[in-house]
Each structure stands twice: as C-alpha cells, then as structure tokens.
Design a protein around this ligand. Structure first.
Ligand SMILES: *Cc1c(COP(=O)(O)O)cnc(C)c1O
Length: 374
C-alpha cells in the first residue's frame, strides 16, 4: 500500500493566484512592514469577524500574550493551568510575573473554576485561562471570581479563533483575548497573532510596546520590543480570512466523522460540543483509558506511526514536568491535568484532510483494539 504520510496538521493556504494578487500592490508602495495598508485592512476585517472593539496585531501569538501581561505593569502572580502550550507560561515569566497552577476540569480540560479561589493570594493580579482545543472556559464564572477579587482576566485564545458563545464573539469575554495566527492554527498569517480588548487605553500602550515604544521621530515613551506584523503576513491573513467559514465547515464535517466512527469504541473518549457555543473545530483530541481498551496511549501513538499517521501528544509532558519548570513545580498538584496529559492524542485535522483518511485513521484505532483483545 502506497499511502502518503498524514500529519497532525497541514497549513491552510489560499489559492496561489489569490495570494499573488493580494501582494501585488506591495511592489508599488514598497511598504513591507510598520503598520502598512495590509496591516490596517486586516485589523479592520478582524475587528468585524471577531466582534471586538479594539485589536492589535503582532508578529505571533506569544508576543500578544507577553505584551498583554506586561501591560499590567505590576509584578505578582498569575493563575493559569499547566495543560497548555509552553508559550502561555513563558509569557507570564518573561513579563516579570509568577505562574500559579490551577487544575483543569475533567469535562473539557479548561481551568477548573471551583479551584481558582484556592490559588488566590494577596499577590494575585490576573487569571490567564486557556480555551484549550478551542473549547471555551467557563467565562461567566471566571468573570465572577475575577470581579470579586479585582483581578484581570486575560485569555489565551490561541485555539479559539472564530469561536462564538451565546451569540457573542469569544473575544468579548474577559479583559483581553490573545489569538495565534501561526501556520498550524485554524487561521494563519504564516506567523502572527492579535490581542482583542474593549479598554480604549490598551490600544496606545500595546501599539507602543510592539514598536520599541516609539511614538515619533524623536520620542520613545516606553521600553518596548519589536513585535510588528509585516505586510506579507497581513496579506496572507486577508486571503485566509475570506475562506475561513468554508474551512471551519470542512473541519466540522471531519470532526463529526471522527466522532461517529469512534462513538462506541471502549476506552476512547472525546470532548463533545459545548452548550451555546459555535465551535471552530481546531483540534480533535482523544483520551485513551488504558484500563478499558487494553492498549496505552503510547502504543496507539506508535501503531499510528507504523501506518504513517503522525498524531501528537498535545499537551505532554505537562508544563510542570518540563526540564525548565520541574524543579519549581510539581504535576501532582494538578492531578486532572496530569492524567489528561498521559492519555491524550491529537488526531490529524485540517481542511485538506480527506474524509477517507479519517476513516482510515479510525480503522487503525479500532483494529488495535481487536489485535490486543486476542
Ligand atoms: C500556538 C499557541 C500559542 C503561541 O502562539 P504563536 O503564534 O505560536 O506564538 C500560545 N498558546 C497556545 C495554547 C498555543 O497553542
């Protein structure tokens, strides 16, 4: 059998001609970066799509989180979860703050709201929950806790582009929502990201931070950095945004197929759609309960590779078990996250994935069960 490799994701691209025609005007203006026409147009289109009053574009999602935290200008502690990409935690530390790890819930692996209170100390300044896999956190309860203790809420919304809750854009919840436009995400600008917020004052601060704090030819008002999105990235965003609805629709069909195929497979669990949420179907994680299906997550991972299917263990190891953090933190304090991390496999999902490939992958998962049953 001569199948091609199937990776966990494949970057979404517009038609070649579409991108070429979008970048043509750059040869007339020779304006390659520093908030040019493409940058402005993308900001405006994203404001509409994400339903946000204010937006700042960045070189990547990581800088949107780091600079949003730097904006707090406080020092102190930030409550977050270890079941995320390292970027979330690195950003907290690079902004001069200290991460405090709260466990996740067993239903969708977002922050367990009932455990936030225990993590609050006189030094807490913010909560940084993650809409992990595009499933949303309990935004209403989080806001209640935050209001009661005067904390800011900054969402890592890297997985949640285009997600809607109760007829509002997900960026309308919390103080700031940070999105990633990395090549592997639902919406990409090659590399890129943005912060969305309603506080008008944040606009000036964040736009200064991303351009060295420069406000005029002879004035530098803040110790900023360089985190500007360039025009070629913004042009990619303009093209990809035109196709976003179609792409999410295809993702939805693929996820529905996965769920149908794996519905009654013992020991294989997945997360269902959430109530009142319009999803973006950014990832399809499954959680393998070894005691019910007689093979481990790692065995299935290897068997998939044997069939040239490259799934990923997002997020394993847990942040608190990584070399750079394990001396200061223990994963035993967040047992739900620890268990999830030992069971998770993210299966391939992207708009150019064929429905037959989904069936092929699910057959491997089911076959693995039969083999080990004997
Ligand atoms: C991708 C990602 C980021 C970082 O985004 P980049 O654009 O790659 O810098 C942050 N948090 C999470 C959860 C992510 O998946």
């Amino acid at each position: 059998m001569n199948r091609k490799n199937i990776y966990v994701t494949e970057a979404t691209l517009p038609k070649f001609e579409e991108y070429i025609s979008e970048i043509e005007s750059i040869w007339e203006t020779r304006w390659l970066t520093n908030m040019g026409n493409k940058h402005q147009e993308l900001e405006s289109n994203l404001k509409d799509y994400l339903n946000t009053p204010h937006i700042q574009l960045f070189t990547n999602g990581h800088m949107s989180i780091e600079l949003s935290l730097k904006l707090l200008q406080t020092g102190g502690e930030v409550i977050t979860t270890p079941f995320t990409f390292v970027s979330t935690i690195h950003a907290i530390i690079n902004a001069g703050l200290k991460p405090v790890f709260c466990d996740v819930n067993e239903k969708d692996y977002t922050i367990d709201v009932t455990k936030i209170k225990k993590c609050i100390t006189p030094n807490t300044v913010a909560i940084l929950p993650v809409h992990v896999y595009g499933n949303i956190c309990d935004v209403e309860k989080i806001q209640k806790v935050a209001d009661k203790h005067s904390l800011k809420v900054i969402y890592d919304a890297a997985h949640a582009f285009g997600v809607r809750y109760k007829n509002k854009g997900i960026a309308e919840y919390g103080d700031i929502s940070c999105f990633s436009f990395h090549a592997t995400k639902v919406f990409n600008t090659i590399e890129g990201g943005c912060a969305c917020f309603s506080n008008t004052a944040y606009n000036e601060i964040l736009s200064n931070y991303k351009n060295f704090g420069i406000t005029g030819p002879e004035t530098v008002v803040a110790i900023g950095t360089n985190a500007k999105m360039n025009e070629f990235s913004a042009a990619m965003g303009l093209c990809n945004l035109k196709n976003i609805c179609d792409n999410i629709e295809i993702r939805k069909k693929l996820v529905e197929r996965y769920r149908k195929n794996l519905e009654r497979v013992p020991g294989i669990n997945y997360i269902d759609n959430q109530k009142d949420v319009v999803h973006n179907y950014s990832y399809f994680p499954i959680f393998i309960d070894e005691s019910k299906c007689y093979y481990s997550r790692d065995e299935l991972y290897e068997e998939l590779i044997h069939n040239r299917v490259y799934s990923r263990k997002y997020f394993y190891p847990l942040i608190t078990d990584l070399e750079c953090y394990r001396n200061q933190y223990s994963s035993d304090e967040t047992p739900v996250a620890k268990l999830a991390s030992s069971r998770v496999l993210v299966l391939p999902l992207y708009p150019t994935l064929a429905i037959e490939d989904v069936d092929f992958i699910c057959e491997i998962i089911k076959k693995e069960k039969e083999n080990t049953d004997e």
